[in-house]
Design a binder for this molecule. Structure first.
Ligand SMILES: C[S@@+](CC[C@H](N)C(=O)[O-])C[C@H]1O[C@@H](n2cnc3c(N)ncnc32)[C@H](O)[C@@H]1O
Ligand code: SF4
Length: 398
């Protein structure tokens, strides 16, 4: 980091545009997908009462640290939160309301796997206060679903989507593309089928090979071959174009929405707002005492539960984020967004504009080469820049 980042007290940002989110992690799944390195585990039985009590205790602890905030979103992620008892979801939302306040209409998302979609469960989540469902459809092709180790067919995923539509005002679904052997034409067909479902929000992820997964072993042995970089880049470009034409432009690298349909919660991450991370392995960014903190929970589910029993919360690590690191995190998150980072946001977080905070020579070069745009509104990556974001960030923040 060559840029001198002036130290400035961190504002309490619950009432700033970046918002204040609460993330709850449910670490259990029915089965482990071979590509997934999320903190997700398969268990024969779960002591539901103990889990509920522990999540509520962890929420109380986070509120003690954060102080009063205006909650702008809640997100139940996983793992598979659609396997949670609806009473636990309801109890968590009541607790959030009691601790911080949860105004009616606040975005409350729950991630669901089509395998655990039942009308009654969805209705229970809706009654508990969930108003947005994010469904892991992953593929609309049965062979691809089998390859991805999914426990549902495409027809079951579509049925789950129908059930979700009846229960929730807002729906999103995920697809994984750039799968082995998936050509441009096949992906275009799948995308057309996805768009025909009329989504207001869709997350499209290129398959990545994560260390420690079954796919990683297969990839190392040469049994699984991903599309070449150029082919994957072409798929990405075609996808962006197609979605924009359909009225769902990308507002982030992998996320597309109709106007007004963006995920409020994820916007808080990308705009570098504060959020409480509750549950095993959850990360948080919380400001208090004029400093922003990175919080990290114990990752293993049972060890987390024991820790909450012993110390009243699951935090394993809390660190003050130094100014230079705050700048790096803000830039890494913000340049994922099509809108980039507003000048005001730089000013509020770090007390300067992008030109004061980032190395001018590198900034200038990236602008000149067409990877970044810098103007009165702020700093943003161009489409070409977003496609090579890791390399761009490596250079800009070196
Ligand atoms: C926590 S999971 C979603 C909820 C639910 N557990 C499910 O699988 O339906 C989050 C999303 O990340 C995506 N994902 C996970 N691992 C991935 C990988 N290696 N490559 C691409 N996308 C991945 C999937 O689209 C998945 O829906
Ligand atoms: S993709 Fe979803 S269902 Fe599959 S292991 Fe990961 S979190 Fe669990």
């Amino acid at each position: 980091m060559t840029a001198p980042a002036p130290v400035k007290p961190v504002p309490q940002r619950g009432d700033t545009p970046a918002g204040f989110g609460v993330y709850l992690h449910w670490p259990f799944c029915k089965s482990k997908c071979p590509y997934c390195d999320f903190n997700s585990h398969v268990r024969e039985s779960i002591d539901q009462a103990r889990w509920r009590a522990a999540l509520l205790a962890d929420l109380e602890h986070a509120a003690q640290r954060s102080g009063p905030r205006q909650v702008t979103s809640v997100f139940f992620g996983g793992g598979t939160p659609s396997l949670m008892p609806a009473e636990t979801v309801a109890a968590a939302l009541e607790k959030i309301d009691a601790l911080w306040g949860l105004p009616p209409g606040t975005e409350v998302t729950l991630e669901a796997n089509p395998t655990s979609a039942e009308a009654e469960r969805f209705a229970g989540f809706a009654r508990a206060g969930v108003n947005r469902l994010s469904l892991g459809v992953q593929a609309l092709d049965d062979q691809a679903l089998k390859f991805l180790g999914r426990q549902h067919s495409a027809a079951e995923a579509l049925a789950a989507l129908e059930l979700a539509r009846a229960a929730f005002p807002r729906i999103s679904f995920d697809l994984i593309y750039a799968r082995p052997g998936q050509g441009a034409a096949a992906w275009q067909d799948e995308l057309a089928a996805a768009l025909a479902l009329g989504p207001e929000h869709i997350s499209l992820y290129q398959l990545t090979i994560e260390e420690g997964t079954v796919f990683h072993g297969a990839w190392r042995r040469g049994e699984l071959v991903l599309p070449e970089e150029e082919a994957a880049a072409a798929l990405y470009e075609d996808t962006a174009e197609r979605l924009a034409e359909a009225g769902l432009p990308a507002y982030e690298i992998s996320n597309h929405a109709r106007p007004g349909g963006a995920c409020r919660h994820n916007l808080t991450y990308w705009r570098y707002g504060d959020y409480a991370g509750i549950g095993p392995g959850a990360h948080g960014r919380l400001s208090w005492g004029g400093e922003k903190h990175a919080t990290r929970q114990h990752r293993a589910p049972e060890a987390w539960l024991d820790l909450v029993g012993r110390q009243g919360h699951g935090w394993r690590q809390v660190e003050v984020i130094a100014a230079g690191q705050r700048l790096a995190e803000m830039v890494m998150m913000g340049l994922r967004l099509t809108d980039g980072i507003a000048r005001d946001a730089f000013q509020a977080e770090l007390g300067g504009g992008p030109e004061d905070l980032l190395p001018p020579d590198r900034l200038g070069r990236l602008v000149e080469e067409g990877y970044l745009e810098l103007d009165a509104a702020g700093l943003r990556a161009t489409a070409a820049g977003r496609q090579r974001l890791d390399a761009l960030l490596g250079y800009l923040l070196a």
